[in-house]
Design a protein around this ligand. Structure first.
Ligand code: AMP
Length: 255
């Protein structure tokens, strides 16, 4: 079974995000970029399935500017087998990403696609479910545990996905091919070792354009404005508990 893992290049989670002066978006020039943390978890899970013998090949796919190749290289250094870069300078929104990923899935015919539950840049949390809808495949979102189940004679393999929901844990059984999106508790991703970083340089990355897949990635949503959150007011020091209680009574407001 092939596993496809879409990996997004996002602003590194340690970087303080700044809004562009004209309010058109966030500043990415000169900013450290990394693989979306939920996608590292997706790659790790795919590698574990391969190590258990449940998968034969892991393909990391990234969509966007040419530098997304670096994100794919990180996935290859962790243990993915090959990469696909769909190169475009266009702003990519989840529907366009889902359409492009569907075209890649139609070509590659994976048994499983593992995505992050959300990208930490715009928190859309939309691509996995949209892709499941476009492909007509079952989906297990926000997975905190997954297990492959062997099908009875004549029926295909399946996968059980344990998902974190408000009231506790829900386990769903899916038939494959299927879509899974990862939650934080699914695993702790490995670091790439130096020998594996060297080996990753020789692994192939196939590069194509959206037009090669017959997809027009033009945005459907228009971003009107991006603003910074309001600044927090400075705190106040009080001299005694009595003063604190008095302030809480007279000044504190429920926001
Ligand atoms: P989102 O719906 O934008 O929150 O993204 C959810 C997941 O979709 C991410 O964790 C990735 O697995 C995948 N994804 C979104 N955008 C891209 C992209 N440009 N390239 C590769 N994967 C992506």
């Amino acid at each position: 079974m092939k596993i496809l893992v879409p990996v997004k290049r996002v602003v590194d989670y340690n970087v303080k995000v700044r809004v562009k002066a004209d309010g058109s978006g966030i500043e990415t020039a000169g900013v450290k970029m990394s693989m979306n943390p939920f996608d590292e978890i997706a790659i790790e899970e795919a590698i574990r399935l391969k190590e258990k013998g449940a998968a034969t090949e892991i393909i990391a796919v990234s969509l966007g500017v040419p530098q997304c190749a670096e994100t794919i290289r990180t996935a290859l250094a962790m243990g993915a087998d090959r990469g696909i870069l769909v190169e475009t300078d266009a702003e990519l929104q989840p529907l366009a990403v889902a359409k492009l990923l569907k075209a890649v899935a139609d070509k590659e015919q994976p048994g499983l696609i593992i995505l992050g539950k959300q990208a930490i840049d715009d928190d859309m949390s939309a691509t996995g479910p949209m892709l499941a809808a476009l492909l007509g495949w079952p989906q297990g979102t926000f997975a905190s545990k997954i297990a492959i189940t062997k099908g009875e004679a004549g029926s295909g393999d399946g996968i059980t996905v344990t998902r974190e929901v408000d009231g506790g844990l829900e386990t769903v059984a899916l038939t494959m091919p299927a879509i899974v999106t990862t939650d934080l508790r699914l695993n702790e991703p490995r670091y790439a070792s130096l020998p594996n970083i060297m080996k990753a340089r020789k692994k192939p990355i196939d590069t194509m354009k959206p037009a090669d897949l017959g997809i027009d990635p033009a945005p459907r949503l228009k971003v009107l404005k991006v603003v910074e959150p309001p600044k927090r007011k400075a705190g106040q020091k009080v001299a005694s508990v009595a003063e604190l209680v008095a302030k809480l009574r007279t000044e504190a407001k429920v926001i």
